[in-house]
Ligand binder design. Structure first.
Ligand code: G1P
Length: 277
């Protein structure tokens, strides 16, 4: 079964400058927890304990976060402040973390290909940490997707309906509905203008990928924005009928935008933090 979860985390986070000038965008806090910690919690909840991170320059804080800080932890040892570390300590004790660096920013497809050395020849999940996904009603989004993978055994993308005027922010799919929340993907386009979009079903930052994706990415020419797009590589799998799109249950916040970040903060404060999670 799937054991590994890949976090592409080399991007600059320019939409959050100056906050991200010296700090990785994945470390921006939602209330009191960095974004990437929510992603790792979601992965662990889905049973994925091998965390693989594609990093870049200026990303060391991510590695330090999933490690011991001897001096500070010694300082608060035995005080009631220690409780604030319970969550992250639990992740550190249950997961392994491995890292590789993306030297040049050549797109999400290229970032995922960079992670090949950590993944090897097995199916894996991908989480884009700035898409924060919360399901207060039940299984997390990755866990929902893992269940679907057991049934279909092919690549899966999470989707949600977006207003048509927003299609240029996303990969967009079209396909045949095979269940009220599941589509077999026929085509997918990266960031189409509304008039070119095949639907308003947008891909959000959760994927399950079968390992043949790596060779397909290698064969993928630069697409939108001159970057190697995962959407284009997935399109090749879709042509063989091997991509499923899943309308997940839960809320998704685009924490790469200031508005989404504020919404996520308010939501998590009310629904998680105040409830003591
Ligand atoms: C990436 C993908 C896009 C997807 C989006 C989800 O775009 O390329 O297909 O819809 O993530 O957040 P980015 O937001 O990194 O430009």
């Amino acid at each position: 079964m799937i054991k590994k979860c890949l976090f592409p985390a080399a991007g600059y986070g320019t939409r959050f400058l100056p906050a991200t000038k010296a700090m990785p965008k994945e470390m921006l806090p939602i209330v009191n927890k960095p974004l990437i910690q929510y992603g790792v919690e979601e992965a662990l909840q889905a049973g994925l304990k091998q965390i693989a991170v594609v990093t870049g320059r200026n990303k060391r804080a991510i590695e330090d976060h999933f490690d011991i800080n001897y001096e500070m932890e010694h300082q608060i040892n035995g005080t009631d402040k220690e409780q604030y570390l319970t969550g992250v300590r639990s992740l550190i004790s249950q997961c392994t973390f491995s890292y590789t660096r993306q030297i040049q920013m050549k797109g999400l497809g290229h970032a995922i290909l960079t992670g090949r050395t950590l993944i090897g020849d097995e199916a894996f999940a991908v989480v884009l940490a700035d898409d924060l996904c919360i399901n207060t009603e039940g299984d997390g989004v990755l866990e929902q997707m893992i269940k679907l993978y057991k049934q279909f055994r092919c690549s899966i993308v999470a989707i949600q309906e977006v207003p048509l005027e927003d299609t240029a922010k996303y990969g967009v799919i079209s396909g045949e509905m095979i269940r009220d929340d599941v589509y077999r993907v026929h085509s997918m386009v990266e960031k189409p203008k509304p008039e070119d979009a095949p639907s308003n079903l947008a891909i959000i930052g959760r994927y399950i990928l079968t390992p043949d994706i790596f060779d397909l990415i290698e064969q993928t020419e630069p697409g939108k924005g001159g970057e190697i797009q995962i959407t284009d590589a997935l399109m090749k799998q879709a042509q063989d009928g091997c991509v499923i799109a899943y309308k997940f249950k839960g809320q998704r916040f685009d924490c790469g935008s200031v508005e989404g970040y504020i919404d996520a903060t308010n939501f998590c404060y009310e629904n998680l933090y105040k409830q003591g999670e």
